[in-house]
Design a protein around this ligand. Structure first.
Ligand code: 13P
Length: 314
């Protein structure tokens, strides 16, 4: 097998050096995507947070990758099930992201992550398409069912070097047109989910919500700290837009290692595009229209990277 079948050797060389913490190349020439294991552990140890930016189309993916590369920040590209549908399926997204990393010569660690996977089947589909990380969000079920579904995903994912995030309690607010109530995570449930499933990161609902806040978020830092100490897992804060900077910074000191951001990027992008269209009534080239939000979005991405202190951590 090793000796003279050079094709076999070439195509398996990189598979052989793949190890759990860092999914390198699948085979020669295939582009690098990482799972979140190393990036979140490093963030936990050095007390900063990795930005998770949701991607909604090709242009957003480019804006995010270019800015993170410029700031040498690791990044998690989040894809919701709505965005997956919009972008024609998980494999379209995975192939696009890998091709873009190659074409743009991106060198920073990039994880491709399913955001709020609503079923075991959805997580498996993303994994099979090449995602390196998945979130199973079974938070609307009983704790017992949540544990069972999460366990099943972990089993499938870890076998393929893919990392898993799970949610406990319920992050409220509005995402992809779905509105929901916030329910704070119970510490004992968070500990059970962590210990009984073998997840790699945990998203406990602690007062943040998706979308635009009505009033100031009431983050429960005491509970955050307790969950961090009892689970020893990197914690994830969803609904990262619209939270005052001081609260984000405090969250990082209380165990948050990943901040999910979508709405803030949507708001600045849409504002810029609206202004551009108002000032350029005759423009009709979609490339010019979408690109008119580029600078505003890149500024916001940069701002978030510095807020999380992930710059220079690649
Ligand atoms: P925001 O849209 O509030 O930034 O939340 C994003 C998010 O949590 C994705 O999972």
């Amino acid at each position: 097998m090793w000796g003279y079948d050079s094709n076999y050797f070439r195509s398996n060389l990189w598979s052989i050096i793949v190890f759990y913490g860092k999914t390198c190349y699948n085979k020669i020439g295939d582009i690098m995507l990482e799972n979140t294991k190393n990036m979140l552990e490093k963030a936990k140890n050095e007390k900063y947070a990795i930005p998770h930016f949701n991607i909604n189309n090709l242009e957003w993916t480019r804006f995010i990758l270019e800015t993170c590369e410029e700031e040498k920040s690791p990044v998690i590209l989040g894809v919701s099930e709505g965005a997956k549908k919009y972008m024609v399926g998980f494999s379209t997204v995975a192939e696009m992201v890998k091709a873009m990393i190659r074409e743009l010569n991106i060198t920073i660690p990039v994880a491709l992550h399913l955001d709020h996977g609503s079923s075991v089947a959805s997580c498996k589909e993303a994994i099979d398409a090449g995602f390196t990380s998945v979130m199973i969000d079974a938070s609307k079920y009983s704790v017992e069912e949540n544990i069972q579904m999460t366990k099943e995903v972990v089993h499938y994912a870890h076998d393929k070097h893919v990392t898993v995030e799970a949610e406990i309690g319920h992050v409220g607010g509005e995402e992809d047109g779905v509105a929901d109530e916030l329910a704070y995570a119970k510490v004992e449930d968070a500990v059970r989910l962590a210990k009984e499933t073998g997840i790699d990161s945990l998203a406990p609902a602690l007062g943040s919500v998706h979308g635009i806040y009505k009033g100031e978020p009431k983050l429960d830092f005491e509970r955050m700290l307790k969950i961090k100490e009892l689970t020893n897992l990197p914690l994830v804060l969803h609904g990262g837009s619209g939270i005052p900077d001081v609260l984000i910074q405090k969250s990082i000191t209380c165990g948050i290692c990943k901040l999910n951001i979508n709405t803030d990027l949507q708001i600045v992008w849409a504002k810029s595009v609206r202004q551009f269209l108002n000032e350029n009534q005759v423009v009709y080239d979609p490339r010019k229209i979408i690109k008119s939000g580029e600078q505003a979005m890149k500024n916001m991405i940069k701002e978030k990277i510095y807020l999380l202190r992930s710059n220079g951590k690649a």
